[in-house]
Design a protein around this ligand. Sequence first.
Ligand SMILES: [Zn+2]
Ligand SMILES: [Zn+2]
Ligand SMILES: [Zn+2]
Ligand SMILES: [Zn+2]
Length: 356
Amino acid sequence: MAGNIPKSERETGVILGFLEEAEAWQLLSAQFPSKVGGKPAWLSQQNLPTLPEIECEKCQTPLVFLLQVYAPLVGYERSFHRTLYVFCCKTPACYTRNDSRCFKVYRSQLRRENEFYSFNPPPDEKPADPGDEHRILSTGVKLCYLCGCPGQKACSRCHLVTYCSKEHQVIDWKQRHKKECCDEAASVASEILNSFVFPERELVTEPEKLPVKHEELCASNSSEQVNYTSDLEEKELESMAFHETRDSKVFLKFKKCIATEPHQVLRYCREGSPLWLSSEHVPIKAEVPKCPCGAERTFEFQIMPQLLNHLKVDRKDASIDWGTLVIYTCTDSCDQGNKYSPEFIWKQDFSEDRVL
Ligand SMILES: [Zn+2]
Ligand SMILES: [Zn+2]
Ligand SMILES: [Zn+2]
Ligand SMILES: [Zn+2]
């Protein structure tokens, strides 16, 4: 028997991401996880992004970890291990329409032979001593007890926990640390849930398969796909009537494309095209800045609105919200001396009158 894909279905070249429960050790750095929520599992244990780099450009408070995608590039020694990190602001008022300033993306990559991890793949079992990498890294870098980003400021009473900022120390004091600070029975600590970070889940992937009828509609390289707006299209957009129809077409296509797998939270297709949900606010080429190395940036993955359901953020009025978040990365995946390199994110919201 030939492959198990029915003749009526075909792979689109897009990898879909779904959420699944996992054990805590499976989401630690040494397992090279893709995940949503919790604290970041840092790939490189050095030169982590710190404040003010991981601060919201709108409200200047520290961003919180949203998700990470492990995405090595085959054929490049420098990116044998490669992880992309997305951070977002927790202030609802920062989520204004089609505005990406309350997000940041970083890329970390390592050679197969590196100073932090074994040359061979990690054993698929719980390590005897998983350590406490969310509080201090193997390199001695101290992390914020609340958010897991670099934090050097220690609690002045117990000196046992550190924070990235005054803001996070205050939040954690009220939520948790007041009850455990200088408490002999320090076991209380791990029992009080950190409700500041988003609920943690593994991101598992599988190739998108669509009925052949739909395939043409959704293929990532289809010429029908709205990618960069061309000059010609720009002219056509001047007609409002035309614009309306075009926007409905894009939205209809979006809905059809995700209908087969309605729980997808992520679509990955490096050098493919994003699935836009509106014809409004699609970047022209010049709006995606080049990497500091000089290379162009290319589409790599997008975060879907379905992820908001899992984050349990209130969507009734002003809240953390997006239509889709589109991530563009350096085409060269350049090596910037073991640093976490900033990449580019574009937020597109639904047209005023449309909801999923
Ligand atoms: Zn903000
Ligand atoms: Zn923090
Ligand atoms: Zn303390
Ligand atoms: Zn670059």
